[in-house]
Design a protein around this ligand. Sequence first.
Ligand SMILES: C[S@@+](CC[C@H](N)C(=O)[O-])C[C@H]1O[C@@H](n2cnc3c(N)ncnc32)[C@H](O)[C@@H]1O
Length: 307
Amino acid sequence: MQQLMMVLKAALLPLAMAAAMIEVQAADVRPSVPYVPTPQAVVDRMLAMGRVTAQDYLIDLGSGDGRIVVTAAKKFGTRGFGVDLNPVRISEANDSARRNNVTDKVTFYQRDLFETDLTQATVITMYLLPRVNIALRPKLLELKPGTRLVSHDFDMGDWKADELVRMDAADKFSGAGGDSDIYLWIVPARIAGAWRVQLPVSGKPQNYEVSFEQQFQQISGTARVNGRAVKIEGAKLRGDELTFSFAAEVNGGAVKHEFNGRVSGNEMTGQVALSGSRMAARVEWNAERAARTAAIPPVAGERNTVY
Ligand SMILES: C[S@@+](CC[C@H](N)C(=O)[O-])C[C@H]1O[C@@H](n2cnc3c(N)ncnc32)[C@H](O)[C@@H]1O
């Protein structure tokens, strides 16, 4: 059913393509996506799903009349910019920023979204097309871990969304109505490979090795404790926040280890709850990438790539 909706939505957008092409001919540029504005109620929901605040920097890719960037600035004080190829849209967006008194917070650039530096973003919004999302994916995966990506109606192929909401959108397609899907992804830290973990158990320093496999935000792995391999359970990665657990024999007794922490490049730090028949403690842990995987694995947006 969801596939069918995607196909219908992808089919409806190109109907607007002809009109959009005529509009931009003056600027002699071809948009990757036609202009179809996001209904205001959907804009509000996108910003809520992206947990947008005054601390964020939001970039809307293909910003149309600027409504997403302007709404974020007006409602939350968020700074940011929009890019659009169409000069008519840029002029509408600048007018909107002036009317809403947010010109100190937002800017609109007539620019190709594929040529735009996104590194400043903490939130990216998009209402593009599936093939455009897929083309953008490698660049999006390189953004700071924790960056939120919010897409109206279109997914990112085999990079499954962290959250998906469907809502009525009565004023969509110039009032023709319909529903809207909103997808949220959180850019995951790259943790694939081996890590050396250090923590004190009963006051004695312990060194473990943990190895993770990663497919986007999905992770799994094994830990090696005193020469024995144990399966990692319940591993979750949300941006740079990591949780996982395993049970292993330490100092002669079985000990459950429940880790949580943050990933920062080649390091991880956090706390681990230790529990067993002879102990219950909460201690600090840290980890660094093992020498053989010292380099952060390269990002590749291709199917089935573990990165
Ligand atoms: C579906 S509209 C979305 C507008 C706005 N983001 C919203 O949600 O209301 C897509 C916009 O992307 C712009 N666009 C298409 N291809 C682009 C490209 N390669 N670079 C920049 N803008 C582009 C179009 O001109 C259009 O305004």
